[in-house]
Design a protein around this ligand. Structure first.
Ligand code: SF4
Ligand code: FES
Length: 253
């Protein structure tokens, strides 16, 4: 199996092809290790947990946003993808990747080197929404309980591993770097919907912006690619309803 990989050295980008010995149950990340160990030690990529937990191995594999550690080579061999080589200005042909896997860095973020992107814009937006819990107890040492029903409301949003796949596929993040992005808004909802949190008004204020919830195209691409089944668009539409109710209440007060 050939791995066709987009390279970048800080100035120019190009594609390199490497022959990889495929083994049973081999992930795309395993293939990248083989290339780095045996063929080209300069190949740069990120990883940590190797098990879909840390979110580091997010990249574009056969033009789909995926975690390299959770993508089996056997499952994606022979997929139909859009060719990286357009036919002039006329068309971008779809090609069957019979004998190769196309690997590119995560879109919508600046590339530092090869498959490594600069996640600073992603984390700047994340930090802005204040992704932490502020308890309502006057005694911070006292445990704050939630009912099982309330836990279920935030659980799926708490599952986010900050991989950035949703950011990399979002059409709004692609055209406007000020957009807070799906992951930050989903995490904001996780803390907003937490019944123990006392700073919910501040969170709503931070996302109720032109470049916050109101910029979303609601095309659900973020929901499609999330490896943890977090639904950022649902969080955004939930915020929209809360923001409208909040405004009406303020007017009628
Ligand atoms: S919402 Fe999903 S895709 Fe987005 S950063 Fe979190 S885990 Fe990754
Ligand atoms: S290496 Fe941690 S998510 Fe892939």
């Amino acid at each position: 199996m050939r791995f066709k990989i987009k390279r970048f050295d800080g100035e120019k980008s190009w594609f390199d092809a490497f022959e990889v010995r495929v083994k049973p149950h081999m992930s795309v990340l395993d293939g990248l290790f083989q290339i780095q160990d045996e063929l080209d030690s300069s190949l740069a990529f990120r990883y940590s947990c190797r098990g879909g937990v840390c979110g580091s191995s997010a990249m574009l594999i056969n033009k789909k946003h995926r975690l390299a550690c959770r993508t089996q080579v056997s499952e994606i061999a022979g997929e139909w993808v859009i060719s990286p080589f357009p036919l002039g200005t006329v068309a971008v042909p779809r090609i069957k990747t019979g004998d190769y896997i196309l690997i590119e860095p995560l879109p919508n973020l600046p590339v530092i080197r090869d498959l490594i992107v600069d996640l600073a814009p992603f984390f700047d937006h994340y930090e802005y929404i204040r992704p932490w819990f502020e308890g309502n107890s006057s005694n911070p040492m006292q445990e704050a309980f939630m009912s099982q029903a309330d836990i279920r409301k935030v659980d799926r949003y708490a599952a986010c591993i900050l991989c950035g796949l949703c950011y990399g596929t979002c059409p709004v993040s692609a055209r406007d770097k000020d957009f807070l992005g799906p992951a930050a808004l989903a995490k904001a909802w996780r803390f907003y919907a937490d019944t123990r949190n006392r700073n919910t008004e501040e969170i709503l204020k931070r996302v109720d912006l032109k470049m916050g919830i109101w910029a979303c195209d609601e095309v659900y691409r973020c929901v499609e690619v999330c490896p943890k089944q977090v639904p950022p668009t649902n969080a955004i539409t939930g915020f929209m309803r809360k923001a409208i109710v909040h405004k009406l209440k303020t007017i009628l007060r």
